[in-house]
Design a protein around this ligand. Structure first.
Ligand code: HEC
Ligand code: HEC
Length: 229
């Protein structure tokens, strides 16, 4: 049993001790914040992207940093997950990537607005969130891992991030366009190159989009596709 004065000192001592811990943690948090956020990289484009994000009510369906609505995918790390090229095509026309299947709104963004939104999402993705969001238990079906046993040459990154939305190889990928297994037997390098440069010119009305590929990206894709035998 504590005496009255012992109880008083127990109370005062406990209060001081835990207040000290509380103050230390508060100071530590304030000290950590500048290192974890990347506010020095907040360009004008990032700020414009944030305005578009707010005005378009993206958070009515999506979350970033866990905030928002749980209808559509969490977007904190979407630029890492999908790549800027994929997102640019998707934002221009979500249906182009997944005809008839998708519920994402088609906004009429121009090229500059799309780049601003991506800059914003990229900036968000670079905040040190201590590992949030956790990796999903199911690894996304990336072609990269599959090809490791299937082919000596791993697919170009552009293929694993953009083309894969519509095409499969070894049963891995989208079904909008034909599976590309053995495409090297069906098409020569020259035909592949002409097709990727401008599908509409080869086959008017085709659903394959002209992705405006830069020359090195196209050459890399052609070399890889020609090897799929
Ligand atoms: C009405 C709900 C809704 C709104 C509003 C919305 N989205 Fe989406 N979004 C979706 C859905 C649903 C998906 C999942 C793919 C699909 O079904 O189209 C998606 C997918 C995405 C993806 C691809 C995510 C992935 O991992 O594949 C991005 C990027 C994206 N949205 C960005 C945005 C941005 C930026 C805005 C605001 C300008 C926005 N969305 C507004 C519903 C919405
Ligand atoms: C939005 C969906 C979509 C995307 C993205 C897409 N394609 Fe296609 N692709 C198609 C469709 C649909 C066809 C079939 C076109 C037709 O026959 O009219 C096609 C056809 C092809 C063919 C001809 C295949 C054959 O067997 O005839 C090749 C090669 C090809 N795509 C490569 C690519 C590459 C490489 C990429 C990425 C740079 C890509 N595609 C991105 C939809 C897409």
């Amino acid at each position: 049993m504590l005496s009255k004065s012992q109880a008083r000192w127990f109370f005062i001592g406990g209060t001081v001790f835990f207040s000290a811990i509380f103050i230390f943690l508060t100071i530590d948090t304030l000290r950590e914040i500048p290192a974890r956020q990347n506010s020095d990289q907040m360009t004008a484009s990032v700020v414009r992207g944030k305005m578009i994000w707010d005005e378009s009510n993206c958070m009515g369906c999506h979350t970033i940093l866990g905030e928002g609505a749980y209808y559509a995918p969490e977007l904190t790390k979407v630029v890492d997950r999908r790549g800027a090229a994929w997102i640019a095509i998707f934002l221009k026309d979500p249906q182009a990537m997944f005809p008839g299947k998708r519920r994402m709104v088609q906004y009429d963004f121009d090229e500059g607005q799309i780049q601003d939104v991506i800059a914003f999402l990229d900036w968000i993705g670079k905040i040190d969130t201590n590992g949030f969001p956790p990796e999903p238990d199911l690894a996304p079906a990336t072609l990269v891992s599959l090809r490791a046993e299937q082919a000596a040459v791993a697919p170009p990154q552009y293929f694993s991030t953009v083309c894969i939305a519509c095409h499969s190889v070894a049963d891995n990928g989208g079904t909008v366009g034909p599976a590309l297994d053995g495409v090297g037997n069906r098409m020569t390098s020259a035909e592949l190159d002409r097709w990727l440069s401008d599908p509409q010119a080869v086959k008017p009305g085709t659903a394959m989009p002209n992705l405006g590929l830069a020359e090195p990206t196209r050459a890399e894709l052609v070399a890889w596709l020609a090897g799929l035998k």
